[in-house]
Design a protein around this ligand. Sequence first.
Ligand SMILES: [Cu+2]
Length: 122
Amino acid sequence: MMMKTMKILLITFILQMGFIANSQEEKDDKFKEIEIKTSAQCEMCKERIEKNMAFEKGVKDVVLDLETKVLTIKYRSDKTDPGKLKKAVSKIGYDADDVAADPKAYEKLPDCCKKGGHDHEH
Ligand SMILES: [Cu+2]
């Protein structure tokens, strides 16, 4: 009786060790990085895009460089993909590479955040 319990415990332990090692390896594999050219105009755009994208499924890290308008996203390739990420940016109201901004979302942006908005100096 005692031996059986020990055996089960031992097997469980070994299986768990293997599982932990395995999942850690996989995790590293799954993280990818993508750069998306957006139509961001100002500091508000940066905040808006970063905040919204941070809540997007599979997104680990988001940084928008206002100088280049390039959005760098770290994401889990098993949870999302570049197509979905670009669509998400478009839904916020901004162009994402070849994906044009969603017209409805774009309309809702403040004037200064629209393309060619000259309401204030940046
Ligand atoms: Cu803006």
